[in-house]
Design a protein around this ligand. Sequence first.
Ligand SMILES: [Zn+2]
Length: 151
Amino acid sequence: MGAKPIGKWNFHERQKNGKGVISTWVEKSNFSPKSEARMDRAIDQLRQLPKTSWHKPHPASGIGDHIFVIRFTDVTNAQKRIFGHFNDSHECFVMTLDGYEKDDVYVPSNYKALALEHRGECEKDFFVNTRKYGNLCPLCEEQRNSSVARH
Ligand SMILES: [Zn+2]
């Protein structure tokens, strides 16, 4: 088949006004180290999994239209959610929207419309409207290093 190895996703986040929306959310949420570790662990698990395994019992689910939601629980037992989509050419998952789930209902309630809208923006201008999440994109690191070397 010659298919590329699957898994090992890079992670990006949507960027707005020069800031990563998920990083900003994490900062503002003032998660305890333990809560943040839970989020990191969910992402770390998902990085290794092919798209077809992004469902329970793993910490993500497809919610239709190729939009996915990442799940983790903070130390107060709040059900945190991160919505996003895959960008295959950059081998990454782009996290675009934070939310939560309470009594089996997602908040914000228009999560799907928002996630689709964000995907449109991100796909239109990937390197303007998204950025690498933390150190989770070796592809971006390589590009940065090679452009630094050129100057
Ligand atoms: Zn990248």
